[in-house]
Design a protein around this ligand. Structure first.
Ligand SMILES: Nc1ncnc2c1ncn2[C@@H]1O[C@H](COP(=O)(O)OP(=O)(O)OP(=O)(O)O)[C@@H](O)[C@H]1O
Ligand SMILES: [Mg+2]
Length: 317
């Protein structure tokens, strides 16, 4: 059998939870991920991210559609699929009673590593996720962030061809988050295909080669971070107002150089512009003439947050 073109290939997936209202779950979910790439799956709470991950991991059966992972069908070849995936769940899957070290050695043994190899691999991963000091304590005494790191370490005992990670850094402090990012990057470089769901757009922006935006159980946009940013237009000028500045006045002046609708949010007016520096120069002089002295003016590219807000606000038909 040849290598499949898409390591993750899902088409027209539907999943409706009994008792849940119409439209929850997945409603025609499509996803194609190439081997060795990192895909970010983004969406607001309840969009269906965890549902999708559980179906890909064979933990949940779809009502309709076709799904293959690593070339195997999740419905008819679940065992082969499981052999090819690592899963880091939204809720940690480690044993509470065992110590951190025992958990990792156990995962290694379950994955058929010889005992000395399982041990040295465990030490290596404890070190990488800054868990060496607490390795001898039972997991019941770990903080949420420590559990999450241990959970990720466990899934990396044997580098799987496909890694599914559901919100890998929720509840982690910035240093631990950076360690997780580094681990995901290393895995992808070694050829693992990664699907990660996240609520942190910055995380997707940094890690993902491509992003799928999920809304109400369907992918509503897909592309590289740059492609998605381009969908909300070109550059922006942000004007941070001083206490005395009038929002309406600034919005009016901004309208003269804007290429789209400027908007105000708190003490900030954001203006989409086409001609970068010329628009900036014109706006600065217009503000000057009107006697407006803002705290700050910056020229920037759109952020993924803006893409996310636009897509999650738009009406879905
Ligand atoms: N076991 C279940 N029974 C009934 N409804 C469910 C069940 N699991 C999920 N749902 C509903 O299906 C929808 C999708 O849930 P899912 O957990 O996939 O979303 P999510 O995108 O992972 O959200 P979050 O960001 O909160 O993790 C939600 O409306 C949720 O309430
Ligand atoms: Mg979820």
């Amino acid at each position: 059998m040849g290598r499949p073109e898409f390591t993750i290939d899902a088409e027209g997936v539907r999943k409706r939870y009994p008792k849940a209202p119409e439209g929850t779950g997945l409603n025609g979910f499509d996803l194609r991920v190439r081997a060795g790439s990192v895909r970010g799956l983004l969406g607001p709470n309840g969009a269906g991210k965890t549902t999708a991950v559980r179906i890909l991991a064979t933990l949940l059966e779809a009502d309709a559609g076709r799904v293959s992972v690593a070339g195997f069908d999740v419905a008819t070849q679940a065992r082969q699929v499981r052999r090819n995936i690592g899963l880091v769940g939204q809720y940690a899957a480690v044993d509470e009673v065992l110590t951190g070290r025992q958990n990792l050695v156990m995962f290694g043994r379950l994955n058929h590593l010889p005992s000395p190899v399982a041990r040295s691999r465990a030490e290596e991963l404890l070190e990488r996720f800054s868990l060496t000091e607490s390795a001898g304590r039972s997991v019941a005494t770990y903080s949420g962030g420590m559990r999450r790191r241990l959970d990720l370490a466990a899934s990396l005992i044997v580098a799987p061809p496909v890694l599914l990670v559901d919100e890998p850094t929720t509840g982690l402090d910035p240093a631990a988050r950076a360690e997780v990012w580094e681990a995901v990057r290393e895995l992808a470089e070694s050829g693992t295909t990664v699907l990660l769901t996240t609520q942190y757009l910055e995380e997707a922006d940094r890690l993902a080669d491509r992003i799928s935006m999920l809304r109400a159980g369907r992918v509503v946009a897909e592309g590289t971070p740059d492609e998605l940013k381009a969908t909300v237009g070109g550059d922006r000028i942000d004007v941070v107002l001083s206490g005395g500045d009038d929002v309406t006045t600034v919005l009016g002046l901004a309208g003269r150089v804007a290429s789209g609708e400027p908007y105000a949010e708190g003490d900030r007016v954001s203006v989409p512009v086409a001609g970068r520096t010329r628009a900036l120069a014109e706006l600065v002089s217009a503000l000057n003439e009107a006697g407006v002295e803002p705290q700050d003016i910056t020229l920037r590219r759109p952020t993924l947050d803006e893409v996310f807000l636009k897509l999650t606000k738009e009406v879905v038909r």
